[in-house]
Write a protein that binds this ligand. Structure first.
Ligand code: GTP
Ligand code: MN
Ligand code: MN
Ligand code: MN
Ligand code: MN
Ligand code: MN
Length: 193
């Protein structure tokens, strides 16, 4: 478990770098195969290194606020400078994978049409498309037979603690029940062999 600290505390740490990432999500009435409700759209990305993560990146707090820096990174990575405020911040922690890196996590709810516009812009307008970002992806939140859906998704490899950020955000926003989250984690665990 990564060490949690407050946003303010993180900013007072000498010699620390800061990275801000965000979960953009929203409701959807679309149905997979015409029958399985997808319920929510949750965006992540396939990174250049082959790992899954959230859009966002390194921010320099001496030149920009954390939130303005995150908005700049979103412009680079998804082609839209999505406005982000302090009210979108949910947690900060000392990175478990990189020394002297503090990671800040944000969540923003958007409409289905705004999310679809971001998916289009991520290909058509984002300067990082095909380079630092190989593509935006949606997180499957449903359960199919034999682990299909969220359990298989969770069995992939994730950057830093972004997998834990995803699970806590799904809980925080009540996109899945506690029981469903535990089931997904348990089934994903059984796939790692
Ligand atoms: P450059 O433009 O190449 O500097 O990349 P970037 O600014 O987009 O940075 P990146 O998104 O790679 O994030 C910087 C660091 O934050 C990474 O090296 C990881 O250690 C960490 N990181 C990346 N994505 C995530 C994420 O989704 N969650 C968390 N917690 N950490 C992440
Ligand atoms: Mn088909
Ligand atoms: Mn970036
Ligand atoms: Mn990035
Ligand atoms: Mn960057
Ligand atoms: Mn870059």
């Amino acid at each position: 478990m990564a060490e949690q600290i407050t946003r303010e505390d993180a900013l007072t740490r000498e010699g620390y770098r800061h990275a801000c990432h965000i979960m953009l999500y929203g409701d959807s009435s679309a149905k997979l195969f015409g029958k399985i409700p997808i319920k929510h759209i949750v965006l992540m990305q396939m990174r250049f290194d082959g790992l899954l993560g959230f859009p966002g990146g390194l921010v320099n707090p001496s030149k920009e606020t954390l939130e303005a820096g995150l908005s700049r990174e979103l412009h680079e990575e998804v082609g839209v400078a999505v406005p982000v405020g302090v009210d979108n911040h949910v947690s900060s922690c000392l990175s478990p994978s990189s020394p002297r890196l503090s990671t800040h996590f944000y969540i923003k709810k958007m409409t289905e049409s705004e999310l679809k516009e971001i998916e289009r812009a991520a290909v058509a307008a984002a300067t990082d498309h095909g380079l630092e970002v190989l593509g935006m992806i949606r997180v499957p939140l449903y359960f199919l037979k034999n682990g299909g859906g969220l359990p298989y998704f969770l069995s992939h490899s994730f950057i830093s603690n972004s997998r834990a950020q995803l699970l806590s955000a799904l809980q925080h926003c009540r996109l899945l029940s506690q029981g469903e989250l535990e089931k997904a984690v348990r089934q994903a665990e059984q796939m790692r062999c």
